[in-house]
Design a protein around this ligand. Structure first.
Ligand SMILES: Cc1cc2nc3c(=O)[nH]c(=O)nc-3n(C[C@H](O)[C@H](O)[C@H](O)COP(=O)(O)OP(=O)(O)OC[C@H]3O[C@@H](n4cnc5c(N)ncnc54)[C@H](O)[C@@H]3O)c2cc1C
Length: 399
């Protein structure tokens, strides 16, 4: 890793965002022989975000999923600790908060999604007041389990965020782990548990949904379908449902996940297309920008026409790295089939793994085993094995 302290610079490949997508891609490109790769990352801490839901289930701590950002940068990469504030897609180049203009032969945009706080009025205030929190919010994730663990009675509300969201279906994890805990503690019957779903079913996939609906019914969860949290305040959650508004008052605790959109500079810089959340307008097969040949995108911010997830990146990184090379050599491009994952704990020790392509067709990574059936082994892999694979192989561009 080398630093880039000049006021103006140019690199062969500039990657904006050193998250799961950016670090994995930079490592892969360097392994493929690209010599001049720079990663611009604004934060000093890198997080393995799938473990956040296990923080919310009382299974681990924030420190277990964090590493200093500079430690995850691949050898040979130029590190730029700065925040991109605007993009000139024609150059292409980016401008950072400290005033640096950084040009690129190839620009890869992967800053993830921003919270759309305006979409849920009162959410931030509810977080600050302590009666709401979310595993999707770094600042309050650690407060989720202490709030849920001791509940004996009262009303609790959970939500699944609408797409696009970072592996939004995993918002079911804290709900189902908490229900299992309350059941074992003998207090579930005294709790009124609500789940707010953006669609008519948990995932919109008939097979996995049938299993999840059975689990939710067994825990006695009241499900609000095609619903949104319209507002929050004073321990009240206002739902907007097809039947009209409904206010859930006297809420003891609300696990409400923010809605998401692309960062403003992505939209203002002309990188977005027609997607209402401002996602980067790429060809979802090749991951190259539809109008700007030197610009590529992957990860949560890219309009890949499939549900965002870290698991999806394993394939996106391979396709994008190959296609940058193909674009330069004039070779054939590879295509991303929209593979994505939804790992959901149905209890504290069992997990169902849903893997599908862009059309929702099953794409199991292990043949002849029904991974959608909740299993203890799949839970163990998600909880213990995958974090190790992430730090040692995925971030090094080896998966
Ligand atoms: C609670 C939770 C649970 C999850 N569970 C799972 C799971 O079980 N399985 C799974 O596959 N996926 C899961 N995911 C999703 C997975 O973490 C994301 O899909 C993945 O992190 C996306 O990677 P990314 O690099 O696109 O975005 P991010 O990981 O968000 O990284 C983006 C990076 O860009 C940086 N950045 C942003 N803006 C700028 C800027 N202007 N300038 C410079 N840097 C910038 C950010 O600091 C960040 O480091 C989960 C996510 C969350 C939040």
């Amino acid at each position: 890793m080398t630093g880039d302290r000049g006021r103006a610079a140019h690199h062969d490949v500039v990657v904006v965002g050193g998250g799961n997508a950016g670090i994995s891609l930079a490592a892969r490109l360097l392994r493929d022989g690209v010599r001049d790769v720079a990663v611009i990352e604004s934060r000093s801490v890198h997080r393995y975000r799938p473990l956040l839901n296990y923080v919310g289930g009382g299974e681990t701590t924030m420190s277990a999923l964090e590493r200093p950002a500079e430690r995850v940068l691949p050898d040979g990469c130029t590190a730029v600790r700065d925040e991109v504030v605007s993009v000139d897609p024609g150059g292409p180049s980016v401008l950072t908060a400290s005033g640096r203009r950084i040009g690129a032969t190839t620009l890869v945009v992967c800053p993830g999604l921003d919270e759309d706080w305006d979409a849920t009025p009162g959410l931030r205030e509810a977080y600050a007041a302590g009666w709401a929190a979310s595993t999707f919010d770094d600042g309050t994730a650690a407060a989720v389990w202490p709030a849920l663990r001791g509940l004996r009675s009262g009303r609790v509300v959970f939500t699944v965020p609408p797409e696009p969201a970072p592996c939004g279906a995993t918002a079911l994890k804290p709900l189902l782990m908490a229900c299992d805990h309350w059941g074992r503690a003998g207090v579930l019957a005294g709790l009124e548990v609500h789940l707010v779903l953006p669609g008519p079913a948990p995932l919109g996939l008939p097979g996995p949904d049938a299993r999840l609906e059975g689990t939710l019914a067994a825990y006695g969860v009241e499900v609000h379908r095609e619903a949104r949290v319209a507002a929050m305040g004073d321990h009240g959650v206002t739902l907007r449902t097809p039947a009209g508004e409904r206010v859930l008052g006297d809420v003891a605790f609300a696990h409400v996940v923010p809605h998401y959109r692309a960062p403003r500079w992505v939209v203002d810089g002309g990188l977005a297309g027609a997607h209402p959340a401002g996602l980067v307008d790429i060809d979802p097969l090749t991951l190259r920008h539809r109008r700007l040949g030197a610009v590529w995108s992957l990860g949560d911010v890219a309009d890949v026409r499939t549900r965002p997830s870290g698991g999806a990146l394993r394939k996106q990184v391979a396709v994008l790295a190959a296609n940058i090379g193909a674009a330069r050599s004039g070779g054939p491009m590879q295509e991303y089939d929209g593979y994505t994952v939804m790992p959901i704990t149905t209890s504290r020790r069992r997990l169902m793994l849903v893997e599908v392509d862009r059309e929702g067709r099953p794409q199991p990574s292990v043949p002849f085993v029904d991974l959608v059936r909740p299993r203890a082994l799949t839970w163990w892999v998600d909880r213990y094995a995958l974090p190790q694979v992430y730090w040692r192989r995925i971030l090094r561009g080896r998966v």
